[in-house]
Write a protein that binds this ligand. Sequence first.
Ligand code: NAG
Length: 216
Amino acid sequence: MVYVAGIIVLAFALAVEAKVGDSSLSSFCSESDECLLYNLTCKGVGYEVRRYEATKWASVEVESVFMEMAISKAFWKLFRYIMGSNEAGIKIDMAAPVIIKGPDSRSMWQSSGFTINFLLPSTYQLNQAPVPKPIDSAVSIIETPDMQVYVKSYGGWMSFISSRMQSRALRSAMDAAGASYVRGYHYDVGYNSPMKMTNRHNEVWYAVEGEPVCAV
Ligand SMILES: *[C@@H]1O[C@H](CO)[C@@H](O)[C@H](O)[C@H]1NC(C)=O
């Protein structure tokens, strides 16, 4: 009886710990102790489909012309929050990736809304501790729903240009496959600090609409 209960507890722990976990479980997420985990749904031509569970993030919204400017404006607010600028006064470990939600297209000088999100460590994902309340009102704690995304990975550095090129390439691949996805915005997903010079990994995501389309 105790043995069975033990197995159930263990199975439960493994299941609930499946969304943010040790970076050794990820092949391309190596700079932080913990990384966002997913299940691969399938592969298509030029993309893959993944499922992510509901996830908590520290988040800042900014109006900006370029993604780079949006990131630098939001980064320090989020960084201060994890360094202890929160009501509990505690330091929060950085986890990967950082996700930027931004619009697909805009005229060159028109500013638009970006949301920059820092992933919270598993302790907070699993409600083992209350999420420290931000002091800066620009920082909010959000929870993204359980979702499936179309993903394209690429190396090098994430920028306004690479984001544009990669999101366009992913849209072409999805369109060619007849996939339905949420249009108008995408996610730029970064796993590396600017100091890392080799084996960099970035992604672009679109949210799946309806049933995902896989390669036949
Ligand atoms: C992946 O699938 C397993 C088994 O169904 C499940 O326990 C786990 O929560 C899933 N993880 C994600 C991130 O969807």
